[in-house]
Every structure is written in structure tokens, then in C-alpha cells.
Design a protein around this ligand. Structure first.
Ligand code: AVI
Length: 352
């Protein structure tokens, strides 16, 4: 058994950036667990830079990644359980019904690589289906959160004796160019409609990076939220309990806390309209009046007109055709699309 203490004894990633791959767990007591950190060539975007640059643009914006601090991640977990937020439970339903079929569509003895693995809770369905077919499985979760990787790896290793884990601490884009090697086929997972949060150019760039390293037997499984009635879409991002509003507003709280900002939450509102022409939800923080907000930590004052908004997130919705076009731009082909009976969500299997 791999204990929490054993996994926890992995040293945390260091703050300094260095290019390359650094094994952190030499001599670990469990030969079934390994952790590697991939450091990108670019230094990571800091909140300081994101605020300084993003709020100086004519269309003010804050980079989506800063929604996910500890509190933001907790709030997102709550979002996934909201009655209006259908994507998580719908994707889970598809996996419950189709996991064996999905695993069978990839060759015997495939390794699994997962981008943005988080708690890996939905992935368990695929892991179980794979282990029902083949007694051992190599799983490579990739997440920027070292904490999440440790926690979820410990639980998975305890639950599945046939599993071995080589966790990667990395940003998606850095990991996409360092796909873990495996002699047999690889099933690369990008679940949860996370692709929808990338703008179109970034989504193509991400898929292209993966495509460059794919063997003919490899497959990519992508979770996509499908275009549907706008009322359903807008309800999912403007929930009655106001949890999504708190998730969005947490960004202003974070700036106040980390950069000595003076944002008054009562003077901003959360709004997430569905934009028909680009088939995406836009999360906004709307200024309720004309105001100037100081952010003392970066020595800046930002002026807002009444009704002016800060863009915080895109959430793209696809049709089978628009998603196939996106994939074709990355030289990938949709081999199969599994959906729920209402066709609200899809799991697309891509091949090179
Ligand atoms: C993480 N991602 C897929 C969510 C989505 O649906 O786009 C993020 C989210 N933002 C607001 N609610 C959920």
C-alpha cells in the first residue's frame, strides 16, 4: 500500500524556473509512483503582470488562470455540483455508459496521459475499464497543482494495485511538447470541456503540439460542451445561488489581497452572456458606476466607465462540425463522438 505520508514526502516544486525535466522522487519507497516537474522556457505569467497589462488594454481583461487560486478551485468544485451546471455530471454519465467502449477503441496495454487531471475523479471510470482489460496501467496525470497531484495519486494508488503513476507538474502547453513515452498506444485525455476555455488560436496550438508527438496508434479524448439552447447555457454560468458570481468576483478579492488593490465588490457585478456569433460564454466583471480603482502594489489607478467590463473567461461551445474543423486545423481527425442522449456534451476521440 502507498500511504499518504509516502506521497506527501515528495519535495514541493521549487520556485525558481529552470528549463528541462527534473525527477523529484529518486529513491521513493514506492516503485509505483514518480513525480516529474516540467519547467517551461517562458517564465510563468504573474498576477502582477496580468493586472498591469490586462487592465491597461482598451478591452480590459484578466487572464483566466488567475481564477484558480485555492478559494477559486474550491468554488469551481461547488460549481460542478450546481443544479444548473450540467457539463460535469453529463460528461460523467457518458463515461459511465461508454468507458469500456472508449478503452477498447484504443489498443491493448495503452498508457493514459491526462491534461488538467485535478482530482482525477471522472478518470477513475476509464482507469477501471482499462484495468478490467489489462492487469496493469501506466497513468500520467498532468496538473499545475502539486497539491492535487499528490492527493489524487495517493488515493488512486491505494484503490488500484495494478496502477503505476508518473505525475507531471506542468502547464498544459509545456507538457504537450513533452508527452510521456510508452511502447504501446497512448490515450491522451483532455476532459471537462477545458478546451473551451482556450481561445481558438490557443486550442489549435495546444492540439498541434500534441499532434506533433503522436504515433499512429495514439488517441486523444476531448470533452466538449455542445451548442444548445441559450437559456440553458446562460443559466449554467449565472446560477441562482450566485456561486459562479463568487468564483468570478474572487479574482478582484485576490487582487485586493495580493496586490493591495482597492476594488469594492459592491461596485462590480458578475455577468456571463452567451455570444451567438462566436458560440461562447463570456464571463465579465461589470463596473456598476464610473469609478477609479487604485492597485497600490503595482502603483496604478484604473478608470472604469459605468457598464464597462473586465473579460475574465471564454467558454466555447461546439457543434460536431465546428469541433471537427478545429481539429482539422491541428491536423487531427475526429474518429468517434460519444454524446449523452440529449446531446448536451460530447467526448470526441481524435486520431492523427
Ligand atoms: C473549467 N471550465 C471547463 C469551466 C467552464 O464551464 O468553462 C469553467 C467555468 N467557469 C464558470 N463556470 C465554470
Amino acid at each position: 500500500m502507498v500511504t499518504w505520508d509516502q506521497v506527501q514526502s515528495a519535495p514541493p516544486p521549487q520556485d525558481e524556473r529552470a528549463v528541462g525535466v527534473r525527477p523529484l522522487r529518486e529513491g521513493h519507497p514506492s516503485s509505483r509512483f514518480d513525480f516529474v516537474e516540467i519547467r517551461g522556457e517562458q517564465p510563468p505569467l504573474t498576477l502582477c503582470r496580468a493586472v498591469t497589462d490586462g487592465l491597461a488594454k482598451p478591452q480590459k481583461e484578466l487572464a483566466t488562470q488567475f481564477l484558480y487560486d485555492h478559494r477559486g478551485s474550491e468554488l469551481f468544485e461547488l460549481i460542478t455540483e450546481l443544479p444548473e451546471y450540467y457539463p460535469t455530471r453529463t460528461e460523467r454519465g457518458i463515461l459511465e455508459a461508454r468507458a469500456s467502449e472508449i478503452v477498447e477503441a484504443v489498443g491493448y496495454g495503452a498508457a493514459m496521459i491526462e491534461f488538467g487531471s485535478g482530482s482525477s475523479s471522472k478518470t477513475r471510470l476509464l482507469i477501471e475499464a482499462a484495468l478490467a482489460r489489462c492487469p496493469t496501467l501506466e497513468y500520467h496525470p498532468i496538473d499545475i497543482s502539486f497539491e492535487f497531484l499528490k492527493l489524487s495519486s495517493s488515493a488512486l494508488l491505494d484503490a488500484y494495485p495494478g496502477l503505476s503513476i508518473r505525475a507531471l507538474g506542468a502547464e498544459y502547453f509545456d507538457a504537450a511538447t513533452e508527452l510521456p513515452a510508452h511502447d504501446g498506444p497512448r490515450l491522451i485525455l483532455f476532459l471537462g470541456s477545458n478546451i473551451g476555455n482556450l481561445d481558438t488560436a490557443s486550442a489549435i496550438d495546444f492540439l498541434t503540439r500534441i499532434r506533433r508527438h503522436m504515433k499512429p496508434s495514439d488517441r486523444v479524448l476531448v470533452g466538449i460542451d455542445l451548442v444548445k439552447d441559450r437559456n440553458l447555457l446562460e443559466a449554467a454560468y449565472n446560477d441562482a445561488q450566485g456561486i459562479t458570481a463568487q468564483f468570478n468576483m474572487n479574482l478582484l478579492r485576490r487582487i485586493n489581497r495580493e496586490l493591495d488593490g482597492q476594488f469594492d465588490e459592491d461596485k462590480f457585478a458578475h455577468l456571463a452572456p452567451y455570444l451567438d456569433d462566436s458560440a461562447r460564454i463570456q464571463m465579465r466583471l461589470v463596473s456598476k458606476c464610473r469609478q477609479s480603482v487604485a492597485v497600490e502594489g503595482i502603483d496604478r489607478v484604473f478608470d472604469f466607465e459605468d457598464g464597462e467590463f473586465i473579460h475574465t473567461e471564454w467558454s466555447h461551445k461546439y457543434t460536431p462540425a465546428t469541433f471537427a474543423t478545429l481539429c482539422a486545423s491541428a491536423n487531427l481527425q475526429v474518429d468517434h463522438l460519444w454524446t449523452d442522449p440529449r446531446e448536451w456534451f460530447g467526448l470526441a476521440m481524435l486520431k492523427a
